[in-house]
Design a protein around this ligand. Structure first.
Ligand code: 13P
Length: 291
């Protein structure tokens, strides 16, 4: 069924849990994620990368995810991730996205606020008042679609363009943007971590003290499970995964392709292995984040 992202996250936090969000570049992965969530009886978020959404096929994928979400037995939200291009945002929402990360995190503070407000106003004008907006304060290192290894910035909580989220800006940012969720930069990175992740839980706690709005932790791949499990206690109600899901799928395809070629070019069987890999990861993550 269609889940409203802010409500899913608030109700998870009320029971000491967080909702995982998984990047889906394709329908096979999305089927696996939703299947795992149905198996667990828990809601889930399907993320669409902006590079996917900015193509005609990407918009068709969003429409397909919309159908998948609406017919699932558990709440599912379809979110356009890390978007700043108004055209892509409006097209994605028309195609079926019900939430957007309005990402002005690479901009100076005031420009970030202006972008989020502009996106909200454009959605409202289009009649999409129900679309949930997440905004991001502080900058994450790394690439959203490719994992090369990045260092999280553990210092400089005073800067506004990149680096750690500045707790002193949080209340003002949330109030002026009207963001319904807030993505934070606390040493988390997109892709692989160079060395051990150094998540600044102290900064996260300071940020959480400044706002009632649920927090979002991006770049969760590579953060140890015991650390992720404590995220809901710091008002982190949504946790984003991409790289680990890709790693598992690609390893499975590497290991299984030859045998499936030999088995009469058995693509159906190979897709079942793909589904199995993604469903196992999604299922374990759903369990980890649920109280
Ligand atoms: P990872 O690729 O590091 O898991 O990050 C995913 C993410 O934050 C998507 O928004």
């Amino acid at each position: 069924m269609r889940g409203k992202l802010d409500q899913m996250v608030s109700s998870a936090l009320n029971s000491g849990s967080a909702v995982p969000a998984f990047t889906c570049y394709d329908f096979t992965t999305a089927l696996a994620v939703v299947g795992a969530a149905e198996e667990a009886g828990l809601g889930v978020i399907l993320l669409v990368a902006p590079k996917t959404a900015s193509t005609p096929n990407g918009l068709r994928l969003i429409a397909a995810l919309r159908g998948l979400a609406d017919h699932a037995s558990i709440p599912v939200s379809v979110q356009l991730d890390h978007a700043s291009d108004l055209k892509v945002i409006l097209e994605s929402v028309t195609a079926g996205a019900d939430a957007v990360l309005a990402d002005g995190s690479s901009l100076p503070y005031e420009d970030n606020i202006a972008l989020v407000r502009e996106i909200r106003a454009a959605l409202d004008t289009q009649g999409a008042t129900d679309v949930v907006i997440e905004a991001e304060l502080g900058g994450l290192a790394g690439d959203e679609d490719k994992a090369f290894g990045a260092e999280g910035s553990a210092h400089d909580a005073g800067t506004s363009v990149a680096g750690l989220t500045n707790p002193a800006q949080v209340a003002d940012f949330v109030e002026r943007t009207g963001a319904q969720l807030l993505a934070v930069a606390v040493g988390n990175v997109h892709g692989k971590y160079k060395g051990e992740p150094n998540i600044r839980w102290d900064v996260l706690q300071e940020v959480a003290a400044q706002t009632e709005v649920p927090l979002v932790l991006h770049g969760a791949s590579g953060i140890p499970a015991d650390q992720l499990a404590k995220a809901p206690s710091m008002n982190v109600g949504k946790v984003n995964f991409n790289t680990e899901l890709r790693t598992g799928i690609l390893s499975t395809l590497e290991a299984e392709t030859a045998a499936h070629r030999a088995d009469g070019e058995n693509l159906q069987g190979l897709l079942a292995r793909w589904n199995g890999s993604a469903a196992t990861f999604a299922g374990a993550t759903l369990e980890l984040l649920s109280a």
